[in-house]
Design a protein around this ligand. Structure first.
Ligand code: OVV
Length: 399
């Protein structure tokens, strides 16, 4: 006799609503209580919010595919808003071929040469804000630092870098439904998108940068010129908003947890762990989708083939079934296993660069700042996938 499958619970919840984004954690708790998976009638898609299901789903790329897009838009049914990424929105074997090209460029020993320029800039950025005392942590640290070191590392010239964050805003809003928030962010697309595409070309890239390294794969016969440009586009799409959000959240968490700040001040070598704990607490990419490639049975629940499933990374990272006191910012926590960078075939390819930025900026902060606190109310940035701040008024006192 055929097994009787339970109906997957419907959840009347909108993860793209302003109120949800302002404070998503109660919503994540409801999603986790709904069961191993739930169905969102408003979007006619599914969701998983528990660590126990999110991590295995990320690892099972054969069942939870990326080739139909990792946003709400199903590429088999609707035209993507931009040509799909050759890394993010692909499955093996294409994914493995393009991933190999980029993996070689971000091979950790190859990135060590970035440490010194990154450290120098981290120190300069922190010294600038220490001299001011009161400043916007988003504009003057969380944005200023990555916006200098990362485009330098890729090999972009300095003109037009103000296009990078607006492009990232479109890309990450594009992970969600193409709602009013997405549409508003594409208001500047007619200038921003062509600028980005122009910067992906071989001619636009400094010969000693990561972008030029990608083009070496063309000479080696491992990628076409067009593919190389698209892989550089991945750097420019994913490399800024994420680190900007992470650094902003780290500053917020340190400014609002004075006990943890004191611990950090006493031992700046905790910088790496402060950054990881931030990725767990305030995951820069809160969610992304997969698409089922077959009918799935999950603890008696059933998800049909070719359905969009929202994987709530940020919720898995705060699941009390997996973490002790998940809502507590604990800079000495053993935080390995968080899924802030994802896991599996698509695990963040820029994680070594992101971690280097986080570690170096936070180290400079712990070494040069005696106290840090909010100087006014933080203003949330509203994006369909990225959690960060639009503004973070801070007060610091020099060490
Ligand atoms: C992880 C990520 C985010 C946004 C864009 C891309 C990747 C890309 O490959 O374009």
């Amino acid at each position: 006799m055929a097994e009787v499958l339970e109906r997957t619970p419907d959840l009347d919840i909108d993860p793209y609503d302003d109120a949800f984004i302002a404070d998503p954690y109660p919503g994540y708790a409801s999603m986790r209580s709904a069961g191993p998976a739930f169905y969102m009638p408003k979007y006619a898609c599914w969701g998983m919010a528990r660590y126990k299901e999110v991590r295995p789903a990320l690892l099972d790329w054969k069942t939870y595919g990326s080739g139909m897009g990792v946003g709400y838009t199903h590429f088999g049914k609707e035209k993507p808003w931009r040509p799909p990424s050759l890394l993010l929105e692909t499955d093996p074997p294409l994914h493995d071929r393009t991933r190999r090209v980029v993996d070689r460029v971000v091979f950790p020993p190859a990135l060590q040469r970035l440490r010194e320029p990154f450290a120098k800039e981290a120190t300069a950025a922190v010294e600038r804000v220490v001299a001011q005392g009161r400043f916007d942590g988003v504009k003057e640290l969380a944005e200023a630092f990555p916006l200098k070191v990362f485009p330098d590392a890729v090999g972009l010239d300095v003109d037009g870098r103000e296009n990078l964050l607006p492009y990232g805003d479109m890309v990450f809003n594009g992970f969600g439904p193409l709602n009013a928030r997405f549409k508003a962010s594409t208001a500047t697309a007619s200038t921003v998108v062509p600028w980005i595409m122009a910067k992906c070309s071989r001619a636009a890239l400094a010969p000693d940068g990561l972008g030029a390294e990608i083009y070496k794969a063309v000479e080696a016969g491992e990628a076409t010129e067009e593919e190389a440009a698209m892989l550089v586009r991945s750097f420019l799409s994913a490399g800024l908003d994420t680190t900007v959000a992470a650094i902003g959240s780290a500053l917020y968490l340190l400014a609002t947890n004075p006990g943890e700040w004191r611990k950090f001040r006493a031992d700046p070598s905790l910088a790496k762990n402060v950054f990881e704990e931030t990725l767990r607490m305030e995951s820069p990419i809160q969610n992304l989708f997969r698409t089922t490639t077959r009918e799935v049975e999950l603890d008696g629940l059933h998800i049909p083939v070719s359905e969009k499933v929202l994987l709530l990374l940020a919720s898995a990272n705060r699941d009390p079934e997996h973490w002790q006191e998940p809502d507590r910012f604990d800079i000495t926590r053993r935080v390995q296993g968080h899924v802030g960078f994802g896991v599996g075939a698509h695990v963040c390819i820029g994680q070594v660069i992101a971690r280097m930025e986080g570690e170096l900026l936070l180290t400079a902060l712990a070494q040069r700042v005696a106290s840090i606190g909010l100087a006014g109310p933080p203003i949330r940035r509203f994006n369909n996938a990225v959690r960060g701040f639009a503004s973070l008024p801070l007060d610091v006192r020099a060490a």
